[in-house]
Design a protein around this ligand. Structure first.
Ligand code: PEP
Ligand code: MG
Length: 320
């Protein structure tokens, strides 16, 4: 099986009925690039930049960030590279950033909320990204967006920094896509409105499931509620994909669900454009997709979304 997968390393990802989808990788540091290239990743669907900020005593400088982002963009040789701005808070803390203790950190000041509270820190990251943008195919993604105002505010800061850099004579790419993670139910519900303003969506199912089911993703006692195949989740995913396509935009998925054997056929049927997963899952997913027909899976979508429980969905897909 491994040998069969290895043959797919330099192949595009094409379904049995000839439809191409994109298989990307999730990475945490520039060191992870080797694994992406060895496993035939066509893109980076999620670069979690928080690791650059963790395990140290102070914020990374603009230059340190520029070096890391440029290394990833150069290594990807113009293949799509989605870099997520700082997603700290929740379970991820920084020793040098003293924030008040919160009762519910997963519902608190984290990710884009924190970046908008601390615009100087955020602007430094945006400048590093903009400067690096000439070295590859950069797409910038904001995490934990809950309202359109947050997106507009973050994008305005980005455009301000871009204008500043240009006035300083620094070259910045003019084709940077700016998108958001869809990982909060309000944003999935309002996807049609967001789709008019963002360039793309990437569904973060790790958090989307947690917030939709109101079940802490780290809490074993409620792990039975962590249900990627729950029709509630699938219906939200459909809402997001349909909304993006209606506006001519694309939708990816960068949560664990994107590399899941049961989820992949369902997501193909729903029209997902890009699947981003750990590099080690890419070849297996490419092999699975080459044996699936998108048209067939589209034909099953209505039935699957009408099922009542996660277990019913799982059983149905296993028996296809
Ligand atoms: C997600 O929430 O699905 C996601 C990809 O982001 P993270 O796991 O880093 O929260
Ligand atoms: Mg998340």
């Amino acid at each position: 099986q491994k040998a069969e997968w290895a043959k797919l390393k330099n192949e595009a990802t094409v379904t049995k009925d000839g439809v191409e989808v994109e298989l990307g990788a999730n990475i945490g540091t520039p060191k992870d690039l080797t694994g992406v290239l060895e496993n035939g990743g066509e893109a980076i669907g999620l670069y979690r930049t928080e690791f650059l900020y963790m395990g140290r005593d102070e914020f990374p400088t603009e230059q340190e960030q520029f070096d890391a982002y440029s290394a990833v963009l150069k290594g990807m040789e113009n293949k799509p590279t989605v870099v997520r701005t700082l997603d700290i808070g929740g379970d991820k803390e920084l020793s040098y950033l003293k924030l008040p203790k919160e009762l519910n950190p997963f519902l608190g000041l984290r990710a884009i909320r924190l970046c908008l509270e601390m615009p100087d820190m955020f602007r430094t990251q945006l400048r590093a990204l903009l400067r690096a943008s000439v070295h590859g195919n950069l797409k910038i993604m904001f995490p934990m967006i809950a309202t359109l105002d947050e997106f507009r505010e973050a994008k305005a800061l980005l455009l301000e920094e871009k204008a500043k850099l240009e006035s300083e004579g620094v070259e910045v790419s003019d084709s940077i896509e700016v998108g958001i993670m869809v990982e909060i139910p309000s944003t999935a519900v309002m996807a049609d409105t967001f789709a008019k303003e963002v360039d793309f969506f990437s569904i973060g199912t790790n958090d989307l499931i947690q917030y939709t089911m109101a079940a802490d993703r780290m809490n074993e006692s409620v792990s039975y509620l962590y249900q990627p195949y729950n029709p509630a989740i699938l219906r939200l995913v459909k809402t997001v994909i349909d909304a993006s396509h209606k506006e001519g935009k694309w939708t990816g998925m960068c949560g664990e669900m994107a590399g899941d054997e049961i989820a992949i056929p369902i997501l193909l049927g729903l029209g997902l454009d890009e699947f981003s997963m750990s590099a080690s899952s890419i070849l297996k997913a490419r092999s699975q997709l080459s044996r699936l027909s998108k048209a067939d899976m589209e034909g099953h979508t209505e039935h699957i979304l009408g099922l009542a429980t996660s277990q019913e969905v799982e059983d149905y897909v296993k028996n296809l």
